[in-house]
Design a protein. Structure first.
Length: 238
C-alpha cells in the first residue's frame, strides 16, 4: 500500500504570523511588543499576555510568589467584581461599582455554578462561608486572599482598585506566572510600561529562600498571535 502523507493546511493569518518570527531570537521588550503589534489583526481586540518562568519551587510554602500591582495604563478589560459581604458592607460595595454583592444567596448562586465574574472580594467575617466555594473558585484562581487585598473590610477601596487596573499575580504549579497586561490596541509605550510595572513588582516579591537566577525566561504573546522571547538581560528592573 502506498503511504499517504497528509498535508497540514495553515491559514493565511498563521503564515503571516510565522513570517514575523525569527528562530532562536531574543528581543528587547520594545522590539517584542512592536513586532507583536505588526501581526495580522484578529476580528477582536486581542489581549496581550506575559508568561514568566521564575526560579522557585512552588511546592514549598516559603517560595510562593503572590502579590498585586497597578498597571499604569489599566488592563483594557471590564473587570466584573463580586463582593461577599453582609448588610452595609454589601451596599458599600455596590455603591463603589461592584457587579454583585451579598452573602448567603450569592454564595449559593456561585456554589450552583455561576461564574460570570473576574474577581472576588470578601470581608473577613465571610471567610468561613467562602471556604465552601473552594471547588468553584480555586481552579479559577479566584479565592480571596489577604495578600491579594481581596480579604478586607475596606470593600470600597478594593472594588475601586480592581476597576482601575489593579491585578494579582501568582506563580502556578510549574513555576510560571501568567498575566494579561493590556490590549493589542494599546500603544507600544503603554504596553511596555505595563509590562515593566508587572515585572518590577514580581522582582520585589522574590522569596528570600529562592536561590540562583530568579527571572529565568519571559515570553509575550497576544490571544491569537505568536509568542516572542524577551531578553531579560536587556531590562533594568527595580
Amino acid at each position: 500500500m502506498r503511504e499517504r502523507k497528509e498535508m497540514v493546511k495553515h491559514s493565511k493569518r498563521y503564515k503571516e504570523i510565522q513570517k514575523l518570527l525569527e528562530p532562536n531570537k531574543s528581543y528587547t521588550l520594545a522590539e517584542a511588543v512592536e513586532t507583536l503589534k505588526k501581526g495580522p489583526s484578529a476580528k477582536f481586540d486581542e489581549s496581550v499576555e506575559v508568561a514568566l518562568k521564575v526560579g522557585v519551587d512552588p511546592k514549598k510554602s516559603d517560595q510562593q510568589v503572590r502579590s498585586t500591582v497597578f498597571l499604569p495604563h489599566g488592563t483594557g478589560k471590564t473587570i466584573r467584581v463580586v463582593v461577599l459581604a453582609k448588610g452595609d458592607k454589601a451596599k458599600e460595595a455596590l455603591d463603589a461599582g461592584a457587579d454583585e454583592a451579598g452573602d448567603k444567596e450569592l454564595i449559593e448562586k456561585i456554589k450552583g455554578g455561576w461564574t460570570d465574574f473576574d474577581a472576588v472580594i470578601a470581608t473577613p467575617d465571610m471567610m468561613r462561608e467562602v471556604g465552601k466555594l473552594g471547588k468553584v473558585l480555586g481552579p479559577r484562581g479566584l479565592m480571596p486572599a489577604p495578600k491579594a487585598g481581596t480579604v478586607t473590610t475596606d470593600v470600597k477601596k478594593a472594588v475601586e482598585d480592581l476597576k482601575k487596573g489593579k491585578i494579582e499575580f501568582k506563580v502556578d504549579k510549574s513555576g510560571v506566572i501568567n498575566n494579561f497586561v493590556g490590549k493589542l490596541s494599546f500603544s507600544r509605550e503603554n504596553l511596555v510600561e505595563n509590562i515593566e510595572s508587572l515585572l518590577s513588582a514580581i522582582s520585589k516579591s522574590k522569596p528570600a529562600t529562592s536561590k540562583g537566577q530568579f527571572m529565568q525566561s519571559l515570553f509575550i504573546s497576544s490571544t491569537m498571535g505568536a509568542g516572542f522571547k524577551v531578553d531579560l538581560n536587556s531590562m533594568a528592573l527595580g
